[in-house]
Design a binder for this molecule. Sequence first.
Ligand SMILES: [Zn+2]
Length: 354
Amino acid sequence: MIKPIAAYLLCITTPVMGLEIKVDYSHDEAIDQFFSSNPEAQQAVEKAAADLGNALSNSMTEVNTDFFSGTNGNTQANFDWWWTYLNPVNGNTETIANPSIASDTIVIYAGTRSLSGKTLGQGGAGGAGVQISGSGFPNEWIDAVDIAEANSNAVMSRGTGPLIGRISGAANFGGYVGQYDLDFGVTVGNLWFDADTDNDGSRDSDAVLATAWHYDAYAPVAAGKFDLYSVALHEMMHVIGAGTSRTWDQLANGTEWLGTEAALVAGTANILESDGHHTLPGIQSVRISDGVLQETVLAPTIAPGIRKELTELDVAILTDLGYLGASAVPEPSSSILLALSGIALVSRRSRRVL
Ligand SMILES: [Zn+2]
């Protein structure tokens, strides 16, 4: 039986020089101990996080409180936030009731799960919620809400980088209705890899997983195996907003990308896959590490035996999303479009949580 050359894949990813992408393995450790049992796999994920972080140079605001108030006269409006992400081991929604995060930092909860079909991994940005409360006098309410909104947006949008989402609403206090639009940027996210590679409905043994996955990010990818590092990099791009953010949605118009940096690098605006969350399969760009042409990390599929590193086009897309590239703007002539043939497409949608 002939197997498809290509395959499975990816969704997600990463940071900036000065941006630290921290990977949290606590859910995995509590149940599977996959990463602690496979240190090379953990190193591959760590390398992907570091490489993504080092390709960017944002300054992201610290979040040191989840409570924002606005005071107008004798009236106060309050927004009390929580954040959510998907447990990477069981998919349950986890809530962080009193969230905070250091400046220039993103946290990704990582694990493994049994995924059906050809999906190698999934990743996405976390979500958020807010509770509004207040006290005082109705006729002072609307301005109090506006002030609280401004105080929240100044911190929760995190400065540079994409906005993941916006929570809008209207709070009625004695007939006075305060409208609010609360933005939140990249903070936490989730990422998991397939642990049922033979698709028999149950988790593979470590021995079986090791025949499907290539763990060592510092050695060439073994023939017939899928590179954990490459999949991690892709999924981390999703975690930090590629295909998963409000900002992305504003820049993606069907298969057309409205961001100027990526269009400059690609030489065309038509760079998106029809799923709206990836770059078109086959689009190549130069790797930022060595200038060699390679299909973008954000393409929807990857073939076995292949390692992908960040390309100028991947970084340009992140720049359009609001990140700052660590290096100079790529020359438009440095990338070309090249259609690959014979690749079986596997659309992999990122998980979105809002
Ligand atoms: Zn993807």
